[in-house]
Design a protein around this ligand. Structure first.
Ligand code: KG4
Ligand code: ZN
Length: 330
């Protein structure tokens, strides 16, 4: 079964067609990141206008080699995200569902991110621990089977990606901060500055990254001269240490068969290396999507819909900017 996925939660306009939840037939992404780099961050209104501009050409390109009868259903991200951006994808998907007379499946962006791990020829086994680290979210979940999530913990303040973005701004590195910090960090020494690893020793699955941001701001204020590459390496290492420690603890406690990483921050090379080094010690298999499947795209939206096929009437789908991980197991 081929599903057309549509993703417009933030500053990427994306459409993809995926067969049987695992085979990518097309993956088209138009990003307005360069535009936001000029303003040092996303202006929601600007992101929404770009979504309007790109949604039709992106969908057209994604289905160019298919006939509409090949597409069995439409899956669309309905939250969380920026309301103006979400509405563009949701309203377009509803229109297509009506005109093409296809079922439509509303998709939770956070849960869907994890399905990037089904798209590269391997099949994760349950139970699994999932870490979703993006620009707005940091969540650890236990998955007992498809769509069966238990939320174990998440950030109490800034998300991991947000911490990369905000500290990069303090360092004058521009937007998006994650790639900028990781580029500079390659040449730096992560031990030059003593930065906190917030909540690393607390036996829960919560995170807090705003203290790290404050520590960086204070350090910049007090120090006469700051070696930016060392500070970038230190920030990155601090975030990576906390993410690895909490994920490893959750995997050990729940004796899972798989650990699934997902979200834009998983594009970070240091995080990928350190997870590979420290995680599979516990009899579980570690899944890390290809870098281009970590950042926002629609392949995992379509994959999620295949494995969790719950179509609803197009009239009932609404954008929900503050949607969270929906728990369905005790
Ligand atoms: O999942 P995503 O593409 O969009 C959201 O759903 O938020 O994640 C975007 C986040 C941004 O905060 C960005 O700085 C971060 O992912 N990111 C990275 C890297 N590439 C993107 N963070 C660290 N290292 C990277 N290489
Ligand atoms: Zn995302």
């Amino acid at each position: 079964m081929c599903i057309l996925g549509i993703e417009t939660s933030c500053d990427e306009t994306a459409a993809a067609v995926v067969k049987n939840g695992i085979k990518i037939l097309s993956n088209v992404v138009a990003s307005s990141t360069d535009l936001h780099a000029k303003t040092g961050g996303i202006i929601p209104e600007v992101a929404a206008r770009e979504q309007v501009k790109w949604i039709v050409p992106v969908i057209e390109k994604s289905i160019a080699s298919l006939k509409s009868k090949d597409i069995k259903a439409i899956a669309v991200t309905h939250g969380p995200g920026l309301i103006g951006s979400l509405l563009v994808g949701v309203e377009t998907a509803k229109t297509l569902a009506y005109v093409w007379k296809k079922p439509i499946v509303p998709i939770n962006h956070l849960q869907a991110h994890l399905y990037a791990n089904w798209l590269e020829g391997k099949t994760p086994q349950f139970p699994a621990i999932g870490l979703v680290v993006s620009g707005g979210h940091t969540d650890l979940v236990l998955m007992k089977s498809h769509g069966q999530f238990k939320w174990l913990g998440g950030t109490r303040d800034d998300a991991a990606g947000e911490c990369f973005d905000k500290t990069a701004r303090v360092l004058g590195l521009g937007y998006p901060g994650g790639p900028a910090i990781s580029r500079l960090a390659q040449k730096g020494n992560p031990n030059t500055y003593d930065l906190p690893r917030p909540m690393i020793n607390q036996k829960n699955y919560d995170f807090s990254f705003s203290g790290l941001k404050t520590a960086v701001i204070n350090l910049m204020r007090k120090a006469k001269k700051v070696e930016k590459k060392d500070l970038a390496a230190g920030i990155q290492q601090s975030i990576v240490d906390v993410l690895v420690a909490k994920t490893a603890r959750a995997a050990k406690k729940h004796r899972v068969k798989s650990v699934l990483l997902a979200g834009g921050v998983v594009a970070n090379q240091r995080l990928r290396e350190q997870m590979k080094e420290k995680l599979p010690t516990l009899d579980n298999q570690l899944f890390i999507p290809a870098t281009k499947l970590c950042t926002d795209n629609a392949t995992y939206v379509a994959s999620y819909a295949h494995f969790n096929f719950k179509p609803i009437s197009w009239q009932k789908i609404e954008a929900d900017p503050s949607l969270r991980i929906v728990e369905v197991i005790e």
